[in-house]
Design a protein around this ligand. Structure first.
Ligand SMILES: Nc1nc2c(c(=O)[nH]1)N[C@H]1C(S)=C(S)[C@@H](COP(=O)(O)OP(=O)(O)OC[C@H]3O[C@@H](n4cnc5c(=O)[nH]c(N)nc54)[C@H](O)[C@@H]3O)O[C@H]1N2
Ligand SMILES: Nc1nc2c(c(=O)[nH]1)N[C@H]1C(S)=C(S)[C@@H](COP(=O)(O)OP(=O)(O)OC[C@H]3O[C@@H](n4cnc5c(=O)[nH]c(N)nc54)[C@H](O)[C@@H]3O)O[C@H]1N2
Ligand SMILES: [Mo]
Length: 764
């Protein structure tokens, strides 16, 4: 018996780095080779081909890789996948199994010594498992007993608000809907989700300014745009299928501006994966203008651009701004435009790290275009002023009237494949009143009104012993969240930690007094219930709801579907519930009927979702209607540039993804597009900064973060000289999460500022 603390952070050991040239373009044959390699090694050739054939086809399953939409019409056989999508499905369809025998022969302590890569490669979990109090190994448990443990622990709490119900973004609409319904019938809104760490800043900014927390564009808009601005996003790695859309923009004469501290390979040049003839060539140039902005210099940059536009408008009145749109559709123009005078270019310019002529070029491009799309991801959201970043993007679009028309609008590119759908289904700690009323009417109960905890608040509550049970519907909480050691202590304080998972991950090893692992079916697997084979539904980044059905045999006969697991927990917990949980599981059409009855936009859900390609949800911003905002109009807003000040020897650190990981799932140890192979513990630095610090390539360093007098340390990283602005650095998460202070979050959205960590660097 052991109660030793398990390791919350990945090992500090280095793995044997190899540096290579940075490739000139993204995708192409190398990507296809890498994809097939991952698929066939993990799954075997037969299962592998079956997998790829069905990926993102209209009658196949939705790629769990990202939320980028599929073309509405043409879909090429074996083509609507990308290298990283293929890796994602290979990871799930692996032949490796984590069985009860595996757990009997590996203690939690021993497993926690492994790297995240090794933990993930152990394979798929095959049976429900229990870690008893004081025990060193997980043991097999029946589903029935697992559900009663959860029910008993939940019912023993002093208040429902002492339980946390986390969701990651792969959960289907059906499972998410049942989950939030169960949680609200239990009596709390403690429904934090991965969105809190992801696009929460986008949701906050867009709801306030445009009246909908989602993006406004469709895939077809990329065919019609004059200009696409890609800011704070690395699609070459994280949304490779987006490169095809950008390729279409270019083909139709549109331009692309990229704003990023790093010259990310995919954005510079790419080779169309769907056009084998082009694989032989050098690839297509994507970016017309690259602005290598300093980390968190975006508001300053956008303000300079808009000041330049304002100057031009003064010179040539009524030619630059879209006054018809501004007058008819917006609110707050006068005060916004006046506020621009509060900043001088001289004061803003150093924050951007750019030259004025470069920025003028961007302003000119913008001035000359009417149909502008702006795409963004974590480079904007995960900053203290993350909400400001996005509202400033909206200001720019509003000045040009570039929203609610073809070829123009907002495009927050989502991460997890159903993270947007989960929100639509009510996974939110701050539910809207009309949604709760609809639930109450349909299910005859009193829904709680008090707002629940978001991710950061949930961690703090567990740390303060205010929350005692943690349930995770997917995800990897310990490795995804900030301030690793603080969060680990928070989880260790719990009476019970439960994870509904496909694969083993570190969150199973950083546990409460007791812990449960509940293994579920993955997206690629057949889901058979008493009425027959089921499909689930998901919503992509552009608001299209469609089917997803797996074709592979489940990796173990013991697995339950996520909806069935929720129903099991609900029945074991709720004494008198008005929901026929078991019956709803027999046929998911019944769940969809309930969704239709309570959520807007799902009329004829079961019929419409059976049409190939699915259907679009209503989107007011897309329809040029901003009435849902507080003013009834699209709102200009006043935003502040970065307030980060660095001391002489300090740097700003962004924690980003390699080309070989999916969030906390580490597919491999390479970051091919940045020329780093077989090592994750690296820090990218500007060569001049290195000189100043007397650091050489491959020197070993420790990273120390500084926040309100507190210090946090991550040890043993290798210095890599890279094209990055001065005083800016980059490394990977989850290794660097230990440096992100729990209290360092974005205003309004409370998203951890994991792209804006202040660090110093010391030799190790
Ligand atoms: N293969 C793969 N695909 C994924 C994921 C994955 O891990 N692997 N994760 C999924 C998820 S959940 C998400 S949310 C998305 C994430 O997709 P991204 O947001 O593209 O992912 P990050 O690696 O966090 O990259 C952030 C980008 O923003 C830039 N950046 C950082 N700070 C700033 C800044 O201050 N200003 C500007 N202008 N740029 C900045 C970085 O240089 C980097 O290019 O991808 C999804 N898709
Ligand atoms: N420092 C730093 N931290 C970050 C970020 C960053 O950029 N920097 N990014 C943040 C972002 S954008 C996000 S979205 C979060 C991600 O946070 P999470 O969503 O919590 O993390 P993931 O790594 O995506 O979760 C992976 C786990 O999900 C489980 N899983 C996979 N598929 C399924 C399934 O179909 N069903 C179920 N039940 N489980 C499944 C597997 O067990 C796997 O180990 O991390 C955030 N953390
Ligand atoms: Mo995300």
């Amino acid at each position: 018996m052991s109660t030793k603390k398990t390791k919350a952070q990945p090992p500090e050991k280095l793995t044997g780095i190899k540096l290579t040239d940075i490739p000139e373009s993204a995708v192409g044959t190398k990507a296809i080779k890498s994809a097939l390699n991952h698929v066939f090694t993990e799954t075997g050739v037969g299962r592998g081909i079956g997998l790829l054939k069905n990926l993102n086809q209209k009658d196949g399953f939705d790629c769990p890789g990202c939320a980028w939409p599929d073309p509405d019409e043409k879909r090429a056989f074996l083509a609507e996948y990308c290298e990283n999508g293929a890796k994602a499905v290979a990871e799930e369809a692996t032949k490796n199994k984590v069985s009860p025998l595996f757990f009997a022969t590996h203690s939690v302590e021993e497993l926690s010594e492994l790297s995240d890569y090794e933990i993930g490669k152990s394979g798929r979990i095959t049976h429900p498992m229990l870690l008893k109090e004081g025990s060193s190994n997980y043991e097999e448990i029946s589903w029935k007993d697992a559900f009663s443990i959860i029910g008993d622990e939940l019912n023993a709490l002093n208040s429902p608000n002492e339980a946390i119900f986390y969701t990651s973004g792969r959960t289907s609409n059906e499972a998410a809907y049942l989950y939030q319904l169960f949680v609200r019938q239990f009596g709390t809104n403690n429904l934090p989700d991965c969105s809190n760490m992801c696009h929460e800043s986008s949701g906050s900014a867009l709801s306030e300014t445009l009246g909908i927390g989602k993006g406004s564009v469709t895939l077809d808009d990329f065919n019609h745009a004059d200009l696409v601005i890609v800011i704070g996003q690395n699609p070459g790695t994280n949304h490779p299928r987006m490169l095809s859309a950008l390729g279409e923009t270019k083909k139709n004469g549109g331009k692309i501006i990229t704003i990023n501290p790093l010259p990310e390979v995919g954005l510079m040049k790419y080779i169309d994966p769907q056009n084998p003839i082009k694989w032989l060539g050098k690839g297509q140039e994507l970016t017309d203008l690259f602005l290598q902005v300093k980390i968190n210099g975006d508001v300053a940059l956008l303000k300079i651009i808009m000041k330049k536009m304002k100057e031009k408008e003064k010179e040539q009145p009524n030619t630059i701004f879209n006054h018809d749109f501004i007058n008819e559709k917006t609110h707050g123009f006068e005060s916004f435009i006046a506020d621009l005078d509060n900043y001088s270019i001289e004061e803003l310019l150093p924050q951007t790290g750019l030259t004025l002529p470069e920025i003028k070029k961007a302003a000119e491009l913008i001035i000359n275009c009417d149909k502008i799309i702006t795409c963004w991801a974590m480079g904007l959201t995960q900053h203290k002023n993350g909400v400001d970043n996005i509202r400033e993007v909206v200001n720019l679009l509003l000045l040009k009237g570039s929203i609610g028309k073809k070829g123009a609008g907002t495009c927050p590119v989502r991460g997890h494949s159903n993270v947007q759908g989960d929100r639509t289904m009510g996974i939110w700690e701050k539910p809207k009143e009309n949604f709760l009323q609809a639930l109450e009417k349909e299910f005859q109960f009193n829904a709680p009104r008090k707002h629940g905890y978001d991710v950061v608040e949930a961690i703090e509550a567990m740390h303060n012993h205010k929350a005692k049970v943690f349930i995770g519907m997917g995800g990897n909480f310990i490795s995804a969240t900030p301030d690793t050691e603080f969060t680990a202590d928070a989880l260790r304080n719990c009476n019970l930690t439960v994870h509904v998972s496909t694969k083993l991950n570190r969150s199973h090893l950083i546990h409460g007094k007791r812990a449960l692992i509940l293994p579920c079916l993955g997206r690629s697997e057949k889901d058979i219930q008493s009425s027959g084979e089921q499909f689930v539904t998901v919503e992509n980044s552009m608001g299209v709801v469609h089917q997803s059905s797996g074709h592979l045999a489940p990796c173990s006969s013991e697995l339950l579907s996520e909806p069935a697991i929720v129903a099991g927990i609900a029945e074991a917990t709720l004494k008198d519930t008005t929901v026929p949980w078991s019956e709803l599981i027999t046929n998911y059409d019944l769940i969809r009927n309930k969704i239709e009855a309570t959520i807007n936009g799902f009329t004829d859900y079961n019929k419409r979702v059976r049409k190939k390609g699915g259907f679009y949800l209503p989107n007011n911003a897309r329809s040029n209607d901003f009435s849902p905002t507080k003013t009834g109009k699209a709102n200009f807003s006043i935003n502040v540039p970065s307030d980060i000040t660095l001391e002489e020897d300090q740097f700003i650190l962004m924690t980003i993804r390699t080309h070989d990981q999916y969030n906390t799932t580490i597919y491999g140890l390479h970051d091919r597009y940045r020329g780093v192979l077989n090592e994750r513990r690296v820090i990218f630095m500007n060569p001049e900064d290195m000189k100043k610090m007397k650091l050489s390539k491959m020197d070993h360093v420790n990273l120390i973060s500084h926040y309100e007098g507190e210090q946090r340390i991550a040890k043993n990283f290798l210095v890599i000289p890279y094209s990055i602005p001065k005083q800016c650095t980059a490394t990977y998460f989850p290794e660097a999460n230990v440096l992100v202070p729990i209290k360092s979050t974005a205003r309004i959205s409370n998203t951890p500022a994991s792209k804006g960590v202040i660090i110093s660097i010391e030799r190790s």
